[in-house]
Ligand binder design. Structure first.
Ligand code: NAP
Length: 267
């Protein structure tokens, strides 16, 4: 992630703008930037479809165990042991989204094509959406087969998914994290997986990237990805174009296109 702490900002007296190539900017000390009059921009929307595709892919991988199926063939187990054990369906199941912003809406749109029912938690209810709102992540988890995390990181969401939420998800429930590692209590997640309090997990993000707990690597019912939510040539190009456009506009004396909310003129 882009890490721009306050002490780095303090050491750059000529700094005018921090252009984050990504939508999440939890690594940037925006308060310190604002105090110095430094603009912070990010790249929302252009990556919604890609990250939503990744989330759906991880949900399918966790439910249908596609990476494990690939290993079953490569390791000769099909020939030696016969068919792989049965997996679980995704179609028609209950999806709980933690966060209902730009990317969550793209995930919900795709999940509807899988016949999934959709509920969510967020800071506020969105009565305009046809999905059930839960004010509390544990209550949402209790009503979900898949719990997909897609909130920002940072202090507001730190360990939002803790042992209590995982217990509520239950022994058949699947956790998918495409948000930030900080949103989950990683130690509690390892324990929940070891003790069978949840059924499985698919994780694109981790607390101390690129370090991933060895316990997670050893677990057969966990799918791991190296923070690839938006990582295609097409989408990274679109993100780079937008990041560059913000720089060009700023240094050409024009308002930037996508300031972070805290740096919008109305903020
Ligand atoms: P967004 O439009 O700002 O949506 C964020 C959602 O999170 C909003 O619905 C917001 O609630 C909710 N939220 C914020 N704080 C919360 C809290 N404490 N409890 C519950 N919900 C909370 O952002 P987005 O564009 O969809 O992006 C979401 C995040 O995805 C990014 O910030 C980034 O961390 C992550 N991301 C990851 C990847 C990857 O590669 N894995 C790629 C892109 C983005 P309200 O609607 O009520 O404000």
């Amino acid at each position: 992630d882009s890490q721009v702490p306050g002490d780095l900002i303090a050491r750059l007296p000529a700094l005018e703008l921090i252009s984050v190539m990504g939508v999440g900017y939890d690594g940037v000390d925006v308060a310190a930037a604002r105090r110095r009059g430094v603009m912070v921009t990010h790249t929302p929307d252009v990556l919604n479809d890609e990250v939503a595709d990744t989330a759906i892919g991880l949900m399918l991988c966790a439910a249908r165990q596609l990476p494990q199926a690939d290993r079953w063939v490569r390791e000769g187990r099909w020939e030696a042991d016969g068919p792989m054990p049965l997996t679980r369906s995704m179609s028609g199941k209950r999806l709980g989204l933690v966060g209902m912003g730009r990317i969550a809406k793209a995930i919900a749109h795709r999940a509807q094509a899988f016949g999934m029912s959709i509920a969510y938690t967020a800071r506020s209810a969105k009565p305009e959406l046809p999905f059930r709102y839960f004010p509390d992540a544990a209550a949402l988890a209790a009503e979900s087969d898949f719990l997909v995390l897609i909130t920002p990181g940072g202090e507001g969401t730190r360990k939002l998914v803790d042992a209590r939420v995982l217990r509520s998800l239950g022994p058949k429930g699947i956790l998918v994290n495409v948000a930030r590692g900080s949103v989950v209590d990683e130690q509690a997640l390892v324990e929940a997986l070891e003790q069978g309090h949840i059924g499985g997990a698919a994780l694109d993000v981790f607390e101390s990237e690129p370090r991933v707990p060895e316990a997670l690597k050893r677990m057969p019912h966990v799918v791991l990805a190296p923070h690839i939510g938006s990582a295609t040539a097409e989408t990274r190009q679109a993100m780079a174009d937008l990041a560059l456009e913000n720089l060009v506009r700023h240094f050409g004396g024009h308002p930037v296109r996508t300031p972070v909310p805290e740096c919008r003129p109305s903020a």
